[in-house]
Design a protein around this ligand. Structure first.
Ligand SMILES: [Fe+2]
Ligand SMILES: [Fe+2]
Length: 193
């Protein structure tokens, strides 16, 4: 957390920035970036009570998706992907899949990133025909190396995670996994090789 006594950079325009200014900023970034899992877990709580007409709220849907993946023997990166796959519902109302994909991009494999990014289209196979859309929209990805992986994510976990009577693990159960997966980015413009 910042307070008034925190050291601050002295520039008004970045063109005036000095290395010592950026040392202050980098020091802040180090602790701020370590708190990313806390911000993610806090944000997940915003999905609580948000039903959107579905039988269970979006937090419970997320927990149920992750629990199903975990019980099915998926690894930790996959389970965290399942947990956060709809985290974008709050701010990405018209493109929620992009938000979760962007948040996890530094931390997960290209395959899991692709599943996150395209799951909205694949999930449509289960309901688009009920709302005047094309349930076969996913066919545009047919032949892609991760097509079957995304189809499996939706079939086995995402579309199946609306069961009111299912006993999901609580968010606390997944917390250490979120912390481990997000402990250090595999790729980021702010991290050198
Ligand atoms: Fe989704
Ligand atoms: Fe979902």
């Amino acid at each position: 957390m910042n307070d008034m006594s925190d050291p601050r950079a002295g520039f008004t325009n970045m063109t005036e920035g000095k290395s010592e200014d950026y040392q202050i900023i980098v020091d802040h970034f180090k602790s701020y970036s370590k708190q990313l899992p806390d911000r993610i877990l806090d944000h997940m709580q915003l999905l609580k009570g948000d039903f959107g007409g579905f039988p269970i709220d979006r937090l419970e849907h997320s927990l149920q998706t992750a629990t199903r993946a975990h019980k099915d023997g998926q690894d930790e990166e996959y389970v965290v992907t399942a947990l956060l796959h709809d985290i974008g519902d709050t701010l990405g109302t018209f493109n929620h899949a992009d938000i979760g994909a962007a948040i996890l991009k530094p931390f997960v494999s290209p395959k899991l990133h692709w599943i996150l990014e395209t799951h909205g289209v694949f999930q449509g196979y289960y309901f688009f025909h009920h709302i005047g859309l094309d349930r076969d929209m996913r066919e545009k990805y047919r032949g892609h190396e991760y097509f079957e992986d995304c189809a499996h994510f939706c079939e086995a976990y995402d579309q199946a995670a609306f069961d009111k009577s299912y006993e999901s693990a609580p968010l606390e159960f997944f917390e250490p996994m979120v912390r481990r997966v997000m402990a250090s980015p595999k790729q980021s413009i702010y991290v050198t090789e």
